[in-house]
Write a protein that binds this ligand. Structure first.
Ligand code: PLP
Length: 539
């Protein structure tokens, strides 16, 4: 089990019972799925509604978008009854003996432009699943085969068949996956307002691009941390938005600096309206590895209320929260952190948080699957945008991931897998940090062992470098160190690659190491080489 808070066990059983009575699925193409059909009544009642974001917060593009393929998808929606997933069934019996089911009394649509599933060449997919994270030969045998066939829909037994998965679907993603992620979100975050919803995405890179298009106009500033996942910046800048960088410490964004900058914002001087979109990676930040404590999150949320900000929490590393390096936990058998720091979503009484979740770091990036959670008003904008862009994640991905998460693991099994991922990365982090202690020159390097995610941020005392003559030499010194590092056949990324703004970083110098992907032996050797490169540089 994977408790949210030490005292508060997750109620997986209650969710299963609720699902059985209220949220069963009918197998159908383009089934209408909305989170509100899957949320447990008991966790919704008595909560306030989300704040409505007026047109100033939503871009012209977002407000102009109307339901795409209106007849097709809204006809599926029109057929829906409360508490059930209803269907637009497109019968395709080219190769089936039985012929159409004449007893079928639901709507038969001839309106959709979907192909016949009978013409798909994919009859069955089989996937072998690991039951453990282990590279030993014995453990390689510890696997289970799961399979999915074209017409194997059976309510409650096989809720998702290939004929449905591989056809067109709704912009919110399949009802099947949406039900799972809605339940998961309720179990882990239990947002404190009632009208929240989820929408599937093709990962957080795309979700962030959508968020920018939903909230920003050209010329707007967005609020970022000093150091930022570079792709997030690369997504934003070409859209004509500008970066407002806020200082960080070892817990990420510093609230006082945010407050000062926003309190003294001068629209005329800045030639831009006061920024309202705040993007953060609160857990295991990329690149710094910083994790915000609950107190820090509460302070920032209070500032968001004060300055009327809208928060985007991009959390691909949320489940990779690690016990402190050197704590007894990290050397015990379990190597997991049994208490997750509450998310912004779980503190969000106003509906001012958009949470980006991704399966990339806990299942596989190639699945290109994730989901967003926010108020229904904001999620509706995502669905509209999806309808005329990606539509939804690939049906192959959805059906394989669904069979794994829903049928093979269930919610508890998924939490169990997340614990295994935590344990594996704890062990790699420990190996890496131990190697740093052994091989890096203590007089010119320092680091705070990462407690989440995949990155270790290492500070270099660059003013001790022989090429340092003045503060203007930051780039020269960084480049010299980087060249030496590469020469020693190891790769770490220079910190300047992550500046959210050219003014950020001349003061201090950092390199980012990823301890996630190399083997333990490679990690030790890589740190040894890095240490030799630094010693060569600093003589
Ligand atoms: N957001 C952050 C902070 C990341 O570090 C990464 C990947 O490195 C992503 C998003 C990409 O996520 P996805 O694979 O879901 O697009």
């Amino acid at each position: 089990m994977f408790p949210k808070r030490a005292t508060d066990q997750i109620d997986v059983k209650g969710t299963a019972l609720w699902r059985q009575d209220n949220a069963s699925l009918l197998g159908s193409i383009e089934a209408n799925g909305e989170s509100k059909l899957f949320k447990r009544e008991s966790t919704r009642s008595g909560k306030p509604l989300a704040k409505k974001w007026d047109p100033d917060y939503l871009s012209e593009e977002a407000t102009k978008r109307k339901v795409s393929l209106a007849i097709i998808k809204s006809s599926a929606r029109a057929a829906s009854q409360p508490g059930m997933i209803i269907y637009l069934k497109i019968y395709s019996f080219l190769d089936r003996d039985a012929g159409p089911d004449t007893s079928y009394s639901g709507m038969i649509s001839l309106g959709a432009g979907a192909p016949s599933s009978a013409c798909f060449p994919f009859e069955e997919i089989q996937v072998r699943i690991s039951n453990t994270i282990d590279f030993s030969e014995i453990m390689k045998e510890n696997t289970t085969m799961i399979s999915m066939a074209k017409f194997d829909f059976e309510p409650g037994v096989s809720d998702y068949s290939l004929d449905v998965a591989l056809n067109y679907g709704q912009g919110s993603g399949s009802a099947q996956m949406l039900r799972f992620v809605t339940e998961h979100t309720q179990l882990i975050h239990d947002p404190p307002y009632s009208d929240w919803a989820c929408c599937l995405t093709v990962g957080s890179t795309s979700a962030w691009d959508s968020a920018l298009r939903i909230f920003c106009e050209k010329g707007d500033y967005i609020i970022l941390e000093d150091y930022i996942f570079s792709s997030a910046l690369e997504t934003a800048l070409p859209l004509g938005v500008k970066a407002l960088s806020i200082h960080m410490d070892d817990q990420g964004l510093i609230p006082e600096h945010l407050d000062n900058v926003l309190s003294s914002w001068d629209e005329k001087e800045r030639k831009a309206r006061k920024p309202f979109l705040l993007y953060m990676v609160p857990t295991g930040q990329n690149p710094t590895g910083a994790t915000q404590s609950l107190e820090r999150r509460k302070m920032i949320y209070a500032l968001a209320q004060k300055h009327s900000l809208y928060i985007v929490e991009d959390e691909p590393y949320y489940y990779i929260q690690l016990p402190p390096f050197g704590s007894s936990d990290s050397f015990s058998n379990s190597k997991v952190r049994n208490e997750l720091i509450p998310s912004y979503l779980s503190l969000d009484v106003d509906g001012r948080v958009l949470r980006l979740d991704s399966l990339s770091k806990v299942l596989a990036p190639g699945s290109r699957m994730g989901w967003v959670t926010a108020s229904e008003q904001v999620i509706e904008k995502f669905v509209r945008l999806n309808e005329s862009s990606s539509q939804h994640p690939s049906g192959f991905s959805q059906v394989i991931v669904f069979k794994l998460l829903n049928h093979h693991w269930g919610h508890s099994g998924f939490f169990g897998w997340l614990e295994k991922v935590q344990a594996e990365y704890t062990s790699r982090r420990d190996t890496f940090v131990q190697a740093c202690l052994e091989h890096l020159p203590a007089d010119i390097t320092s680091w705070i062992p990462s407690e989440a995610g995949m990155f270790q941020w290492i500070e270099i005392q660059w003013r001790s470098h022989p090429l340092y003559k003045s503060e203007a030499d930051h780039q020269t010194v960084e480049q010299a160190i980087f060249a030496s590092v590469v020469e020693h056949k190891v790769f770490l990324t220079p910190g300047s690659c992550f500046w959210s703004n050219a003014d950020v970083g001349e003061e201090r110098m950092f390199f980012r190491a990823t301890y996630a992907s190399a083997s333990r032996e490679e990690l030790k050797e890589a740190v040894r080489r890095f240490g030799r490169a630094l010693k060569a540089q600093f003589a």
